[in-house]
Design a protein around this ligand. Structure first.
Ligand SMILES: [Zn+2]
Length: 254
């Protein structure tokens, strides 16, 4: 039985129309949203979930519809935590949109875990999605392309008490992470729920989907995820920085 601790890291912020996260709601309301990477440890293993958007100028060049500001590069943040990249046992990428996977260049042979469906789609997506993926289909070279990728098909317990669950909908091969902690099952939703608002406050009704390639898949994923998790951690919600860390009950790294 794992006993994981979770640290949210704000690697930067993204300025965009809120209706990108909550379609048909708040159109024209532009806000800054945090971009999060998650560090998890059970005392023996060091895991990252997602890898941020990397360099801000480059991100804005490739994604001109967004403004970004980076707090720091992931390698500097890890150095501040006394974590050499070689001590990271695994990076789990929830999906391959630019703001979740673009700061991997400094990892050597670290295992990087992605759903097989996600890679297949990212290589050759619908043209409307190609920019968000920095896809090779439009001549770009996303930084995951030459990394040590490890494919997963569906759900898998990757370490004791650390589950990867496939949660398609936002993208075809989206996955989320559930960690067993002293305080229960903590779910790192990623863009299954960018904001708490997407959860709508109810288990079976009231969800509000984010942008999705398949809304029915998303709804099934959302229902299943909230059933399994005692606590859900969204990917771009400012409140997440107040998520308390199991064991201490305090905001440790906000
Ligand atoms: Zn996304």
């Amino acid at each position: 039985m794992g006993n994981w601790r979770i640290k949210p890291i704000i690697v930067g912020e993204i300025y965009c129309d809120k209706s990108l996260l909550t379609p048909h709601r708040d159109i024209g309301t532009k806000l800054w949203f945090p971009c999060l990477v998650w560090y998890l440890t059970d005392g023996e293993h060091n895991i990252l979930v997602d890898a941020g958007f990397g360099d801000s100028q480059r991100a804005m060049q490739l994604q001109p519809q967004f403004k970004t500001k980076a707090n720091s590069s992931l390698s500097v943040i890890l150095a501040d935590m006394d974590l050499d990249p070689s001590r990271i046992d695994m990076v789990i990428l929830t999906h391959l949109h630019w703001d979740h996977c673009s700061d991997l260049g400094f990892f050597g042979t670290t295992r990087i875990v992605v759903q097989r469906d996600e890679i297949q789609y990212a290589i050759s997506p619908l043209s409307i999605d190609a920019i968000a993926y920095n896809s090779p289909s439009i001549g770009r070279k996303p930084c995951w392309l030459d990394r040590n990728l490890s494919f997963i098909d569906g759900d898998e317990e990757v370490l004791d008490g650390l589950l990867v669950v496939k949660t398609p909908g936002h993208t075809p091969g989206h996955q989320s992470v559930i960690a067993q902690t002293e305080a229960g099952m903590y779910g790192i939703a990623a863009d299954l729920f960018p904001l708490y608002e997407n959860m709508g406050g109810a288990v079976t009704v009231g969800f509000h989907p984010p942008s999705c390639i398949n809304c029915e898949d998303w709804r099934r994923s959302a229902r299943r995820f909230v059933r399994i998790c005692d606590k859900v951690l969204p990917s771009h919600d400012p409140q997440v920085t107040e998520a308390w860390i199991p064991q201490t009950g305090q905001v440790e790294y906000a």
